[in-house]
Design a protein around this ligand. Sequence first.
Ligand code: XBP
Ligand code: MG
Length: 232
Amino acid sequence: MDRAIIFDVDGTLAETEEGHREAFNIAFREAGLPWSWDQELYRKLLGVTGGKERIRYFIEDFGADGAPEQNLDQFIRALHAKKTLAYTEIVKGGGLELRPGVRECIEEARQRGYRLALATTTTPANIDALLGATFGDAGQGLFDVICAGDSVPNKKPAPDVYLQALDELELPAGSCVAIEDSRNGLLSARAAGIATIVTPCLYTRGEDFAEAALVIDGLDSLDFADLDALFG
Ligand code: XBP
Ligand code: MG
């Protein structure tokens, strides 16, 4: 079948953002920085996608002390590398479950012949860790296309990562449906012309999802007939 479902990762496949937040705070401690992101601050910082971009946002817009005047890019890259190491260790340590209905939705989509893709802002190493922890070895071959992190110049809400997924799938937008958890992700998919289902996560509940074709609590309440109806 020449139809594809393109999944976002963080917040959509699993409630990962608490793990990311913990990993950022571990990296800050390891770097001797006086920074600690609580849930209230992290919710604000999630307005910017991409961990490196989020650190820069914190420094520039929240007056964080401790960042160098020079070579800020290099400083952020090194700090984010520590964070990614900490996050992948947290995920590999277990305890992170797929959100309700995600596994069943992926299995049913496969049985129905849909192609599957990931379009995410997160770092590729994080995806490997999450798929390994939740699907085991089967996780590797699960998705036909994986577009992630710095593979595109502009992160969500820009359409770049979804346009890249369409290009690699060799499918038009009308032959795909996106599944997202956040407004940034919804705007990104819609800017690429893709009909989008939103399953808000703990950090994104209450955001504006007016452009979504469907908003449901979780994929455990998705009726495939509703998904099929969204294809052009
Ligand atoms: C969510 C993000 C990511 C994660 C942190 O990605 O915006 O930045 O919060 O991961 P998505 P990194 O919802 O598109 O999967 O630190 O690796 O960016
Ligand atoms: Mg997300």
